[in-house]
Design a protein around this ligand. Sequence first.
Ligand SMILES: [Zn+2]
Length: 243
Amino acid sequence: MYSLIEKAKEKIRKAERLVAFTGAGISITSGIPPFRGPGGLWSKYDPSILDIDFFISNPKQSWKYIKEIFYEYLLKDVKPNPAHVALAKLTCPVITQNIDNLHQAAGSEDVIEFHGTAQTLVCMDCSKRFNRNNIDLSVDIPRCDCGGVLKPDFVFFGEQIPKDALDKSFMLAQICDVMLVVGTTGEIMPASQIPIFAKNNGAFIIEVNPNPSNYTGGITDIFLQYKAEEVLPKLVEGVKDVR
Ligand SMILES: [Zn+2]
């Protein structure tokens, strides 16, 4: 039987410009809960701690929870899972909404972090960046050499998407002929527009999600209803040799 998985493999193998677009669903098995939905972070924490205006006015209060969530709990000691590893084997650009660094940890070299990263901290005054491992996070408010407050280098509520990431993501969406959409339901603007833009520019859309999303039945050409870590290793079997 010519299964959907086989059909998707064929498309991936023949793609001239393959691009992957990922979201929270790919990292759940690595132990990172999603932000939204039942059991998500925002059912336990007030999202306003990541509001940029709140952060500027109350850095100490924000940092208390930022440390707890991102540096002592959520992203501490997380490792890539078979989905990240499989995607790295495709050696294609990966546009991710995740801030967990797991695509890079799995070996993907061209990763566009649409929402930034928790790996670095940025000074609110002079914009200097620091690796999180070089900063003492035990203090109330981590600061730059210049005295400015450091902020995790991911996009807070009320902040713009980093211009480089925005431009490169939509450029890739425009030129790709196949887009592999994994673990994202298309609810968060403007990231959610990336696969739609790809589709409008002629790309074939392969979607991997455990449940139907905003894309399914709309722009999706092949819907693989699986968890990412179940199906991605199958999708890349034999593909790398041919590409
Ligand atoms: Zn500074």
